[in-house]
Design a protein around this ligand. Structure first.
Ligand code: NI
Length: 183
């Protein structure tokens, strides 16, 4: 089973390498990533979070944790943001690699992303709300950006302190009980 790396692991700060679209090996890797995501109640997971510095993400923002049959992961190979739109919205984000905390992050609500599917076909996905936010969060991971880099500079120390507190409490991936507040 793949293990989730936690900040400040250096792999999380690296720029991930492109995948070969259509590479058969991505099917097995993404299946394992989806398993890790669901097991930890995440709505997205990027390959660097399991130690693979590759441009590959898995997301499922509609999963109902009460109903395993609702699992419907989307795998995005080499995803690129082609459009962001709308007035920026601040909302709390958690991350399986920064367990225990929720950090306010300002993002444009709408994102359009171009990617390859596992068969090597070029696709686009677009949405706002949780989908738009999740797409941007996971693609940030491919560029070495974690919550501590996306949070507003004046809240960065608060976020790091909250994370230290979460570590001291032994909080686990999927938990976001310590909420950093906008000042
Ligand atoms: Ni994350």
């Amino acid at each position: 089973m793949l293990e989730i790396l936690r900040a400040p692991d250096p792999v999380l700060r690296a720029t991930a390498d492109p995948c070969e679209p259509g590479d058969e090996a991505l099917k097995e890797i993404s299946e394992q990533m989806a398993e890790v995501m669901y097991n930890n109640n995440g709505c997205g997971l990027a390959a660097p979070q399991v130690g693979l510095s590759k441009r590959l993400i898995v997301i499922d923002v509609a999963y109902d944790t009460e109903d395993e049959s609702s699992r419907d992961p989307i795998v995005l190979v080499n995803p690129e943001i082609v459009e962001l739109a709308g007035d920026p919205v601040i909302d709390g984000e958690g991350c399986l690699s920064c367990p225990g905390i929720s950090v306010p992050i300002k993002r444009k609500p709408y994102a359009k992303v171009r990617y390859y599917n596992l068969d090597g076909e070029l696709w686009e996905i677009a949405g706002d709300g949780l989908l738009g936010r999740c797409l941007q969060h996971e693609i940030d991971h491919l560029n070495g950006i974690t919550l501590f880099e996306s949070v507003a500079p004046e809240l960065r120390i608060d976020a790091l302190n909250a994370y230290e507190e979460a570590k001291a409490q032994g909080l686990k991936p999927g938990e976001t009980g310590i909420e950093v507040k906008v000042r």
